[in-house]
Design a protein around this ligand. Structure first.
Ligand SMILES: *[C@@H]1O[C@H](CO)[C@@H](O)[C@H](O)[C@H]1NC(C)=O
Ligand SMILES: *[C@@H]1O[C@H](CO)[C@@H](O)[C@H](O)[C@H]1NC(C)=O
Ligand SMILES: *[C@@H]1O[C@H](CO)[C@@H](O)[C@H](O)[C@H]1NC(C)=O
Length: 424
């Protein structure tokens, strides 16, 4: 009897323990492994109520696809454009992304089961910017993969780190680039990716989040900012636009515009100001360079008025610029800057209007669409969009070997891949 009772309670003890363990395991897997079942699908009301909050979510690289859509509904226009283009063109095949058309500045990668592989890189062993840019692209892409709360599709794609993609005119090649020419039909084949400075821009600024932070902590109120327009830049590129800016501002009391020669040590010492320090001014000027110019996102990060000339090059967030009305977030200029004196004087006289434009820029760009969270969302959406119109890559080559080099290994040296066998 005693023995029977003992047996019963032992079984019930085991039963309760196993049931408890299972419950704990279930809870644990729900809370940690959102890959199999996103939390949003388990708590549909919570998901519907989720709204993006700044600064709570702006540094969260791991928003779900649904959260990305809710937080940044207007971010993915360029991706949708490319998807539509390539769907109409019949999809992307290996021949569209091969790299024989370029000597250097291009990299071919694969994402396979959430691992990043470098399949080919042609950097012509160029030091400096090419490594910085390659590293910037691959690190931001890898960050978006690692922080993804659900698996990304397997894809194979190529990107270019030069300022201009220079796709051949009469082929069907495509590539990811930092910008595309708005009115060149060859540019229609390009997929626009976030530029490398979302990782960092050595010599210009640290990481993007650290630059944002520096501005947030140090920025004066609009009223206390210097009532001048600031610009620094080289005149040996895009002279028509940059030279006009110098001409229209010369000798004006509201001008802090200076040309800058990178090779001149005195210029470097006396004229160079950091991207964060541009925010000390009420007005900033943006100019294109060889193609797009990476400075724009730093200027839009300021609680200031950004003067932007008509653009020829499109970056992934440029469609969010609003030139007029209650949502205005920058001041449009023609490429010859003729209206500059009159517009500056207008905004010096109409401080409230100026401040409204600056408020709009901060709310839309710094706090939302140029946040690190948005950048990771964009990368993941690009990968998903690409997968929708391309073939599925193979992990192994014809000899049964894993293709390429894992990013972890490649990132140690960077440079050409494949390279000659190591002599060791
Ligand atoms: C820039 O500075 C270097 C060195 O002082 C000089 O040789 C070069 O001519 C300058 N370039 C321009 C465009 O002024
Ligand atoms: C505002 O800008 C848009 C786009 O450039 C233009 O189509 C529209 O006519 C402008 N509206 C006003 C009131 O100036
Ligand atoms: C990819 O295709 C799926 C299914 O048709 C669609 O729901 C999704 O929006 C597409 N994504 C992109 C980024 O085009």
């Amino acid at each position: 009897m005693l023995g029977g009772k003992y047996t019963f309670s032992r079984w019930s003890f085991i039963f309760i323990s196993v049931a408890g363990l299972l419950a704990l395991l279930t809870l644990w897997s729900l809370s940690t492994d959102s890959r199999k079942q996103p939390l949003s699908s388990l708590f549909p009301y919570g998901a519907a109520e989720w709204t993006y909050e700044y600064p709570r979510h702006s540094l969260n690289y791991g928003l779900t696809n649904e959260q990305c859509d809710a937080a940044f509904p207007d971010l993915f226009k360029e991706i949708d454009r490319s998807v539509a283009y390539w769907r109409k063109a019949g999809g992307i095949r290996p021949s569209n992304i091969e790299l024989s058309w370029r000597e250097s500045g291009v990299v071919r990668v694969m994402i396979y089961n959430e691992q990043l592989y470098v399949l080919e890189s042609k950097l012509a062993d160029v030091p400096g910017p090419f490594h910085e840019r390659t590293s910037g692209v691959l690190n931001t892409l890898n960050r978006a993969i690692l922080s993804s709360p659900s698996p990304l599709p397997n894809v194979e794609l190529s990107f270019v780190i030069d300022d201009i993609a220079r796709l051949p005119e009469h082929t069907a090649h495509t590539i990811l680039a930092f910008s595309r020419h708005a009115s060149d039909p060859v540019g229609d084949r390009v997929w626009v990716m976030p530029d490398f400075s979302f990782w960092s821009w050595p010599g210009i600024s640290g990481s993007w989040p650290s630059t944002q932070q520096e501005v947030i902590e140090r920025e004066a109120t609009y009223a206390d900012k210097i009532a001048q327009i600031v610009w620094r830049g080289a005149l040996d590129m895009n002279y028509p636009v940059r030279g006009s800016l110098i001409k229209e501002s010369q000798g004006k009391p509201w001008s802090a515009i200076m040309s800058f020669n990178w090779s001149d040590p005195i210029d470097k010492k006396e004229k160079k100001i950091s991207m964060a320090d541009h925010c000390k001014y009420k007005f900033t000027a943006h100019t294109e360079g060889i193609s797009y110019s990476g400075r724009m996102k730093y200027l839009l990060n300021c609680h200031s008025l950004t003067f932007i000339h008509e653009l020829e090059w499109v970056q992934h967030y440029h469609h969010l610029l609003v030139p007029n009305g209650s949502e205005q977030n920058y001041v449009p200029m023609s490429r010859d800057w003729k209206e500059l004196p009159q517009r500056i004087e207008y905004y010096i006289a109409n401080t409230h209007e100026a401040e409204m434009v600056a408020d709009n820029a901060v709310k839309l760009f710094r706090e939302r669409y140029l946040s690190p969270a948005a950048e990771a969302c964009y990368w993941r959406k690009l990968v998903m969009g690409w997968a929708n119109v391309s073939w599925v890559p193979e992990l192994f080559d014809a000899n049964g070997k894993t293709r390429g080099s894992s990013w972890e290994e490649y990132s140690i040296d960077m440079g050409e891949y494949p390279k000659d066998e190591r002599e060791d």
